[in-house]
Design a protein around this ligand. Sequence first.
Ligand code: GDP
Ligand code: CA
Length: 307
Amino acid sequence: MKVTVLSGGVGGARFVRGLVDVVPPADVTVIGNVGDDVEVLGLHVSPDLDSILYALADLNDEERGWGRAGETWEALAAAAGWGGGSWVRLGDRDIGLHLVRTQALRAGEPLSAATRRLVAAAGLETSLLPATDDRLRTWLDTPAGSFAFQEWFVARAHVDEVDAVRFEGADAATPAPGVLQALAAADLLLIAPSNPYVSIAPILAVRALRRAVEERTVPCVAVSPLIGGRAVKGPADRMLARLAGGTTPASVASCYPGLVDALVVDEADADALGGLGEVRPIVARTLMRDADSRRRLAEAALGAVPA
Ligand code: GDP
Ligand code: CA
């Protein structure tokens, strides 16, 4: 069974890591968000692709939730000492990856090709594709003004309420090579428990990609990033409350109109299943705290496929 997953960073990476324990890794394609991509000190950083790559390669820091395990911070501290900006926290090991990617991009390689080489260097069989090779950047409109994603998320610690999310470059963006093929070849489409507004929406903002999901002939199953109406981490619950009018499973499903056939919701939300319409709820334990719980969540999502 071939599975194609739309994924943001940390929540998506945890989910994908569980998925490749229950589906052969070579049968999984992950389409990652690039709306968070940012230039830091001359380096091209793709935070969401990196979270997925590190999780798949078991290089991620489980406790911190992002970046590499066993990280040190000398390079960034030295850069700060020379007057360089250090608000995006890049560890020394992490920088190694950004150096290689940045060199490839400067040499004219598309992001998808550079990512493919990084995945191969990690010895992984799973395909990891950026949604697009084109420049697509997430912007947040807030009462305090408009901010580029990392400025809002990192520098301002996502304290500003969000009135609208915009994707600069989306109109002209085309799916990266392999993306439409992976969507067409899949027996099942999954949307990871990622932030619907700033992780999944920028992927779906690539028009041809969204159309391919709309016109799917196989099931598409999303996993809710909320437990008991609360985000496990980050601003998804606040954004849903303000932009979708609530934090119920129906609020999450409303982010994916015509795009999902089923929604995996946590047991803690099982008493709030009203308003889902055509979307079938699958109740499961969705907290991914270790390998077992990640695997069980993947199985719950896969269970949506009729045998
Ligand atoms: P980011 O790009 O690093 O912000 O990561 P994502 O958008 O992929 O994931 C963030 C979302 O993951 C948040 O809304 C969290 O609520 C959700 N999340 C993180 N861990 C878990 C978990 O164990 N279970 C569920 N259901 N959601 C989770
Ligand atoms: Ca992200």
